[in-house]
Design a protein around this ligand. Structure first.
Ligand SMILES: [Zn+2]
Ligand SMILES: [Zn+2]
Length: 392
């Protein structure tokens, strides 16, 4: 088995695999192969997949349709058309977790990666070699089962390293900070939680639903792309945690969408801008979307996880001009609260995963290059580099 890494950084990832035939793992950057296996729907893994024959779980396909359609509207120069996206989805091959299938002489199996709905670890067996590819490795979740009881074994492992050199506080501690903040502030005005549309927004919703009775919470407002993504979470029960499935079997399951208000007009939004309202809106970095409209209204706001501009600058204490989708502009201050909440495995979880996989060759990718180099040196791992082929 040979690997040809096309993209290994934060911007976009893709790794070509040559077995008897060829295919690519993810397509966050352009790839030569015409068959692509997607680990999950986030754009840094899917941006160049339209026009290819795609293999993925069903939620990955549904969520990637939402994200790719939006990406094309923001960047018409992407080298594919909406018709090609539709065609890729129509012809896509979807497979559940832990049911193997054959592709180009290789046996492929998806396993739950706990990152976002439908996210997969991809195991490839070919020429008597085994390779496990993590895509983005997830962490504890209110909605998804954790991978820790089900790490597949493989002699070769490609693992992401987003948090390999960063210790972040426990998720429990960060969520309790949000709880205290809402308890203190919701009574005097609305609060915005600016977040990514796919993955984090649904975790925030589940958190709010779990604690709504002990908070002064009257309305949860959901905005933009997070609405479509939340409907996919609601529809794909089989990919949610076992406790969600059991509550459905018991007849007590409520969907996330049952708890939210989706405003259609500015008038409705103005009405909802009052104490007791929590708004969950993308984008998480205030680069666009209705989160910007709410921040420009001057309400208290919370950010979370890794931020890009302009929110990253606001976090550093700069005052920055932001623009909402209606063209309103304004200079704003930083968030009232920033939480270090991520959908990526922590440093400790990454090491735990490596040891459970039993791999004797470990390749790091999708992280800060200097960090990956220092960890590789210390532990005898290797690094995937763009354009440098690896023979397994
Ligand atoms: Zn991701
Ligand atoms: Zn990623």
């Amino acid at each position: 088995m040979r690997l040809l890494p096309y993209g290994t950084g934060f911007g976009g990832v893709a790794v070509g695999v040559s077995c008897k035939g060829k295919f690519s793992l993810d397509a966050g950057v352009p790839v030569k192969e015409d068959k692509v296996i997607l680990s999950h729907a986030h754009l840094d893994h899917t941006r160049y997949s339209p026009g290819k024959r795609v293999y993925a779980t069903l939620p990955t396909l549904a969520l990637s349709r939402i994200l790719l359609t939006d990406a094309k509207s923001l960047d018409p120069s992407l080298p594919w058309t909406i018709q090609e996206l539709q065609k890729s989805l129509t012809k896509a091959v979807y497979k559940p977790y832990e049911v193997s299938f054959e592709l180009e002489g290789a046996t492929i199996t998806f396993f739950n990666a706990s990152h976002i709905l439908g996210s997969s670890l991809i195991k490839i067996e070919c020429d008597n070699k085994e390779l496990l590819y993590t895509g983005d490795l997830g962490t504890s979740s209110f909605l998804l089962d954790h991978w820790h009881n089900n790490v597949p074994k493989a002699e070769n492992l490609i693992i992401e390293g987003s948090y390999l050199c960063e210790d972040r506080p426990s998720a429990k501690k960060e969520w309790s900070k949000l709880y205290m903040f809402l308890k203190k502030n919701l009574g005097s005005g609305p609060v915005l939680i600016a977040t990514n549309a796919v993955g984090k927004a649904q975790e925030v919703l589940k958190f709010l639903i779990n604690y709504k009775d002990s908070l002064p919470l009257n309305h949860i407002v959901l905005e933009g792309m997070a609405v479509d993504a939340t409907k996919v979470y609601d529809d794909m029960l089989e990919y949610l945690s076992r406790s969600e499935v059991i509550s459905w079997l018991n007849g007590s399951r409520k969907k996330l969408m049952d708890f939210v208000v989706v405003p259609k007009t500015l008038g409705e939004r103005k009405n909802l801008a009052r104490p007791g309202t929590v708004v969950v809106a993308p984008s998480g970095s205030l680069s666009g979307g209705m989160s910007v409209w709410w921040v420009l209204k001057g309400i208290r706001y919370v950010t979370m996880g890794h931020l890009f501009e302009p929110a990253s600058k606001l976090l550093e204490g700069e005052r920055v001009e932001i623009e909402d989708p209606l063209g309103n502009k304004g200079v704003v201050r930083g968030p009232d609260l920033h939480l270090k909440i991520s959908r990526h495995a922590s440093r400790q979880e990454l090491f735990h995963f490596i040891s459970k996989s039993g791999a004797n060759r470990v390749f790091l990718f999708h992280g800060d290059k200097a960090c990956l180099r220092s960890v590789a040196k210390e532990y005898g791992f290797e690094i995937l580099e763009d354009g440098r082929e690896v023979e397994l």
